[in-house]
Design a protein around this ligand. Structure first.
Ligand code: IMP
Ligand code: MG
Length: 183
């Protein structure tokens, strides 16, 4: 048999920043808070792919309300070496958001540009309300005025991976939030 054309990429060693127990406990708290804040409502949860997926899967099970689930994709592209990034949205939202209470679920808010772009898009659909929920917030990195109502954890300006978050599409399946250690 011929050898595979691509070598399997080795993962770098990682450091645990937020362990599974801490994430789970925090998600339970967020779930209780959202359940109380949206009592008697049936919110539409809109996940921002792909970073949201692990956090979202846990969070929706901690929200004790009828809810509907929708996804949107967001990808940012940097133009050459300028600081300009273009954010392309995809995944048409099939559930009408007009007059609905929308919860936008993110894995991480860094500069805030992605969430801000999605908020503009969602607001055009005239929802009754829209709030942002993120597993990780990096307030010191925000470059735009955004109100993140629900956040799991606040960290400094550092790059983290795991629990849905990637570095070049790897590490999303780690059951904790960590950092890659340089060798
Ligand atoms: P923004 O700067 O808030 O628009 O974030 C853009 C995107 O960068 C996020 O949705 C993530 O995909 C990615 N990103 C930002 N910070 C991190 C991180 O610490 N780990 C993994 N991905 C990140
Ligand atoms: Mg990424």
């Amino acid at each position: 048999m011929s050898s595979p054309s691509t070598e399997r990429e080795e993962m770098q060693p990682v450091d645990i920043l937020i362990d599974q127990g801490a994430i789970s406990a925090r998600i339970d708290e967020l779930g209780r808070q959202i359940t109380a804040d949206y009592a008697d409502q049936a919110p539409v949860v809109v996940g921002v792919l792909k970073g949201c997926i692990v956090f979202l899967a846990d969070l929706i099970r901690a929200i004790k309300l009828p809810l509907e689930l929708e996804f949107i994709t967001a990808a940012s592209y940097r133009h050459g070496d300028t600081r300009e990034t273009e954010i392309i949205l995809g995944g048409p939202v099939a559930i009408p958001l007009k007059d609905r209470h929308v919860l936008l679920i993110e894995g991480v808010v860094d500069s805030g540009r992605t969430v801000s772009r999605i908020l503009d898009h969602v607001r055009l659909m005239e929802p009754a309300s829209v709030e942002v929920v993120t597993m990780i917030d990096k307030p010191a990195s925000h470059r735009t005025e955004i109100d993140v109502k629900y956040k799991g954890f606040t960290i400094g300006n550092e790059f983290v991976i795991g629990y849905g978050l990637d570095n070049t599409q790897q590490y999303r399946n780690l059951p904790f939030v960590g950092r890659v250690i340089d060798r």
